[in-house]
Ligand binder design. Structure first.
Ligand SMILES: [Zn+2]
Length: 85
């Protein structure tokens, strides 16, 4: 028995057609309408690595800080030192 996607997203309603794609096993919708894409409960928690995200954010912040430092040094080197001596 093949189940079909039950998704009724805005694009389907707008076009007046139902999604005829086969549903992903264990899901009521096809993969185009959310199955697997958002990861089911539990799996998402397992995959979520808080420390990693935090490190990413810190790396971005460090990069920005470094950019500011470099641009400030560049400004100084061409005579636009706003901090003065
Ligand atoms: Zn679908």
């Amino acid at each position: 028995m093949k189940r079909l996607c039950t998704a009724l997203s805005w694009d389907i309603e707008a076009s007046g057609q139902s999604c005829k794609a086969p549903a992903v096993r264990g899901w009521k919708v096809c993969r185009f309408h959310g199955a697997r894409g958002g990861a089911p409960k539990g799996e998402r928690n397992e995959r979520y690595v808080h420390g990693e995200r935090t490190q990413d954010a810190m790396a971005v912040r460090r990069a920005i800080t470094e950019l500011i430092r470099i641009s400030r040094e560049a400004a100084v080197s061409i005579g636009f030192d706003q901090t003065g001596d």
